[in-house]
Design a binder for this molecule. Structure first.
Ligand code: FES
Ligand SMILES: [Fe+2]
Length: 444
């Protein structure tokens, strides 16, 4: 299972059906869906409810529960007996316990309270546990038979886990029909040959507003100051102030902002794509010729709590031997970790002022002068007005921290990853030095 995921993760060949691992696709063929899928129109129609990339495939291990929240609603991810990922509301349908401390046994979710086990479809498979003979009420038996887990549609594709979040989990997930609009909103492939790239990812949780984090990632201004000394590019440095031509492209799936050089209008500096509700691609240069890409997935965990899955891709030479010899992937990771930390610092500044109440709508000039950001806020405002996602599970700020221990991955793990990476570099360099030295010693 994991090996297969690993493969998918590095794979770029996307065929609509066979990389999607889900029970959802059994009933309808992709061909039918394509026939009824809406034609693109020149506007973003995606609402905030939609496909969220909530995790990498690798981090959802068999036999383990993974707790998180979306819009304050506590959820659990796990793999069933077939290794298919399930997304379940973290409320046991028996007596409302959380699955915190529960187990996955033979791919069945087991509640820690009375030990009810649930099949992949969501029904209880050990009714005797919860309908013991001492229970006199004969209706209890019927009640127990009818309990079902509440689930969200969930698919696994190219190393990501997506859930289709609607704010209303389904008791009978097998009845769920893929509607054309839902299918057409599932984010498609990366759009670049990821096998050719060195790759690293981190999960970072912030106590900050989800929408502000997305805005921060759409902002190219900070690249020069914050990453100027880290990114090896002559046009990106603290000393350079460059201005670019900006071209915006929009369709019903995404907003794209293309920044090209003023001197040579054909040459792209950076391209940023925003795919609602929460995915951003940042290409250094044009997508066809780029050697560096970031993929950022944003998940609205709750009020002022957001998770970002940051993925960096960097292309080097195809010659693996040479790439290994110069320790390219380790050295590249050093840069990745540095950029992770820099972006983390930026977002911490947002968090701090947000929590202190310093950021008020009127006294902070948001990046509205950048058309990309303007379109993003327009989309967000429309989507919020239409969907009102925060009204679905309003949670009191005093009580909604109950999940943080299990759900939040805060602070981020990248400082540890950087230390481990540095250790590997030292060990590799030492072994490379030791080999010729011992050879010389043997000769003496
Ligand atoms: S509350 Fe879950 S088994 Fe009773
Ligand atoms: Fe007890």
């Amino acid at each position: 299972m994991n090996e297969e995921n690993g493969k998918n993760n590095k794979s770029f060949e996307y065929e609509t059906n066979n990389l999607i691992r889900s029970t959802l696709n059994e009933k309808e063929s992709v061909k039918d869906l394509e026939n009824i899928a809406p034609k693109p129109s020149n506007q973003l129609t995606n609402g905030l409810l939609g496909w969220y990339s909530v995790s990498s495939s690798e981090s959802i291990k068999e036999g383990k529960l993974n707790h998180f929240t979306i819009y304050n609603e506590p959820l659990v991810l796990y793999r069933d007996r077939e290794g298919i990922v399930k997304c379940v509301k973290d409320v046991c349908p028996h007596r409302g316990a959380s699955f915190l401390g529960g187990e996955v046994i033979n791919g069945q979710l087991v509640c820690p309270y009375h030990g009810a086990r649930f099949s992949s479809q969501g029904s209880c498979t050990n009714l005797d546990r919860i309908t013991c003979q001492h229970i006199i009420d004969s209706n209890y038996d019927n009640y127990a038979k009818s309990i079902k887990l509440f689930q969200y549609p969930c698919v696994e594709k190219e190393g990501y886990i997506y859930i289709y979040y609607t704010g209303t989990p389904l008791a009978n997930i097998e009845d769920f029909q893929i509607k054309s609009s839902i299918n057409s909103l599932l984010p498609d492939s990366y759009g670049f040959p990821s096998l050719e790239y060195e790759y690293e990812e981190v999960y970072v949780d912030f106590k900050a507003d989800w929408a502000r984090i997305i805005e921060n990632h759409l902002d190219i201004l900070h690249v020069f100051w914050m990453h100027g000394d880290t990114i090896p590019d002559k046009n990106v440095s603290r000393e350079t102030i460059t201005s670019f031509n900006q071209k915006i492209k929009r369709d019903n799936r995404q907003i794209e902002s293309i920044y090209s050089y003023k001197t040579n209008g054909q040459e792209e500096f950076i391209r940023i794509k925003f795919v609602p509700p929460g995915r951003i691609f940042i290409y250094k240069g044009s997508p066809e010729s780029t050697r560096y890409i970031q993929v950022l997935d944003h998940i609205p965990l709750g009020n002022n709590k957001a998770r970002v899955i940051v993925r960096h891709y960097r292309k080097f030479l195809k010659n693996k031997l040479f790439t290994n010899l110069v320790l390219f992937s380790h050295l590249q990771r050093r840069t990745f970790y540095k950029i992770f930390s820099e972006d983390y610092l930026v977002l911490k500044t947002q968090t701090f002022n947000d929590q202190m109440g310093y950021i008020q709508k009127d006294n902070v000039k948001l990046l509205g002068e950048d058309k990309m950001v303007q379109y993003y806020w327009d989309w967000l405002q429309n989507a919020l007005n239409k969907e009102k996602p925060w009204d679905i599970h309003p949670t009191n700020s005093l009580t909604n921290s109950v999940h943080d221990d299990r759900g939040m991955q805060y602070p981020p793990e990248n400082p540890n990853m950087a230390i481990k990476n540095n250790r590997k570099i030292i060990i590799k360099l030492l072994t490379r030095l030791l080999f010729p030295i011992s050879f010389i010693l043997l000769l003496i």
